[in-house]
Design a protein around this ligand. Structure first.
Ligand code: AP5
Ligand code: MG
Length: 189
């Protein structure tokens, strides 16, 4: 099993690079943001709960998010491995992921940290907001998402360094160049 955590601030390219990894390595992709947006679109109870948090740039509570992640993971059949995109986002989620995988005889193979300067993140997300209209891609909400990233999510960098699975990736440059660096990191596992 190849289980990859793709990590980085909002707009760092997690979704973009996940699509390429899925294509090349045949993994399943779990994007917790995509899961929540699908629930919102379908008007479910979970979607109604999630919308309040997402529109305000805040994280969905850990207990809820951890249950959702486990149920999506267990729904996968004949998986070669999973790319976790947007999960974990807190220390509690990282502990839960480790425990969940261990119970199933698995582990995280590598954590890829896409590092991108803040002004570039802002430029990318404002542009996407104008083009595709994702509800949380407006300047005010992006700023809140970045604050949440620094306070609650960035501490996972040290968590994964201690875990021994951390790899730094320069997330600034062409999508192809970044993907080439990601492939090197995966092939060095
Ligand atoms: P989520 O959907 O995960 O959003 P995010 O982390 O804010 O990140 P994005 O999806 O905006 O960016 P990305 O890193 O995927 O970059 P992308 O490839 O799209 O989460 C949304 C919300 O859901 C959270 O705020 C929270 O409320 C909730 N949530 C989700 N998971 C949760 C969890 N685990 N716990 C609690 N709450 C959770 O690229 C961005 C843009 O840049 C695109 O337009 C792309 O085309 C462009 N781009 C990509 N690469 C490049 C490049 N190299 N050069 C130029 N442009 C590029
Ligand atoms: Mg994404």
């Amino acid at each position: 099993m190849l289980n990859i955590v793709i990590f980085g601030a909002p707009g760092s390219g997690k979704g973009t690079q996940s699509a390429r990894i899925v294509e090349k390595y045949g993994l399943n992709h779990i994007s917790t943001g995509d899961v929540l947006r699908a629930e919102i679109k379908n008007g479910t109870e979970l979607g109604k709960t999630a919308k309040g948090y997402i529109d305000n740039g805040q994280l969905i509570p850990d207990a809820l998010m951890i249950d959702i992640l486990a149920s999506v993971f267990d729904s996968l059949k004949d998986s070669k491995g999973v790319i976790f995109d947007g999960f974990p986002r807190t220390i509690a989620q990282a502990d839960a992921l480790k425990a969940m995988l261990k119970e199933r005889g698995q582990e995280v193979s590598v954590m890829l940290d896409l590092e991108v300067p803040e002004d570039e993140l802002m430029t990318r997300l404002i542009k996407r907001g104008q083009e595709s209209g994702r509800a949380d891609d407006n300047e005010e909400t992006i700023k809140k998402r970045l604050v949440v990233y620094h306070s609650q999510t960035a501490p996972l960098i040290d968590w994964y360094k201690k875990d021994g699975t951390y790899r730094h990736i320069n997330g600034l440059g062409t999508m192809d160049g970044i993907f080439a660096d990601i492939c090197k990191a995966i092939e060095n596992i």
